[in-house]
Design a protein around this ligand. Structure first.
Ligand code: HSE
Length: 307
């Protein structure tokens, strides 16, 4: 294989009760990336479309993640990447993760798949560290593995794929204002009370159980965040109205997507997810900012090869 084109999907990190430890993969929105083997040794970014991002490897999320893997594999040939960004930076749906995960997936593929996708997560995390100052894995893991991914432990890295019900859909509204993950992380409190910790543990365990047993009501009851939503929601316009609209339209639950400003809701079935999208659209209809809304089934595969 000398050339490969991939789709690298958007993701929703945290999923309310799983700050930094849980994420899910979307299928309706993502970046495209092309990787080519070349004679000239080394890794390069040939072109980026759709965003004004640096081509220098060490300043670019895909470059840092890609170099981490490229230096480990040390292939005898060179690789050139072309990145077509479709996910806006600072959107809260894993823009940097799509670049980082896509880079390591493409390089691994051209090298003949020496590593598993799970083993690639570590290298993709190096890109996230550049983007947000923290090598969190709750976007890159679901992008690489599909479905829901749980980071049971960061040290040592232990990632567990969690099944999800077939009829589970996500609605995501993305106000077109940039909220950098670095800034959104800087407002998060470094300590939490035992009571909040207990409630968060209960909800995370409930969500995982609900996903395993396709218990939609349990999934809905568990979608609460004690850790970051109370403070981060202050940075998101119309947050309470969007949550209320999702609940009124039959969503199982809703919350901040990743570091925001996107807001997500989970629903049973596409028709409810579409009704949630309509209700969210009504909430922001009068707003003075543009927005995009995505409705997506949970993507069970993750990154996929287009050609
Ligand atoms: N867990 C990370 C955060 C996800 O909330 O900061 C960022 O997409």
């Amino acid at each position: 294989m000398d050339k490969i084109k991939i789709f690298s999907p958007a993701t929703i990190a945290n999923v309310s009760c799983g700050f930094d430890v849980l994420g899910l993969c979307l299928e309706s929105v993502g970046d495209e990336m092309v990787f080519e083997k070349v004679d000239k040794p080394g890794l390069r970014i040939k072109e980026i479309t759709g965003a004004d991002l640096p081509l220098e490897l060490e300043d670019n999320v895909a470059g840092v993640a890609g170099l981490s893997l490229f230096n480990r594999l040390n292939p005898s040939f060179g690789i050139e990447m072309t990145i077509h960004k479709k996910i806006k930076a600072g959107s809260g749906i894993g823009s940097s993760a799509a670049s980082a995960a896509g880079a390591v997936f493409g390089i691994n593929a051209l090298c003949g798949y020496p590593l598993t996708n799970k083993e690639l997560v570590y290298h993709a995390m190096q890109g996230e560290a550049l983007a947000s100052g923290a090598p969190h894995a709750d976007n890159v893991a679901p992008a690489l593995l599909g479905g829901f991914a749980l980071i049971r432990s960061y040290d040592p890295l232990d990632i567990v794929s969690i099944p999800s019900p077939d009829n589970l859909y996500a609605t995501v509204i993305h106000p077109q204002i940039e909220l950098r993950t670095k800034d959104s992380r800087s407002v998060v409190r470094q300590t939490i009370s035992l009571q909040k910790g207990i409630r968060q543990c209960g909800n995370l365990a409930g969500l995982i159980s609900g996903l395993f047993t396709s218990d939609y009501d349990l999934i809905g009851r568990s979608l609460h965040d004690e850790f970051v939503e109370p403070i981060r929601s202050l940075l998101i316009p119309n947050f309470d109205g969007l949550k209320q609209a999702a609940a009124n339209s039959g969503a199982l639950g809703s919350g901040i997507s990743g570091a925001g400003p996107s807001v997500f809701a989970l629903s049973k079935g596409e028709s409810v997810a579409l009704a949630v999208a309509d209700a969210m659209r009504d909430v922001v209809a009068q707003a003075n900012y543009a927005f995009e809304i995505h409705v997506s089934k949970i993507n069970p595969i993750g990154i996929k090869i287009l050609s």
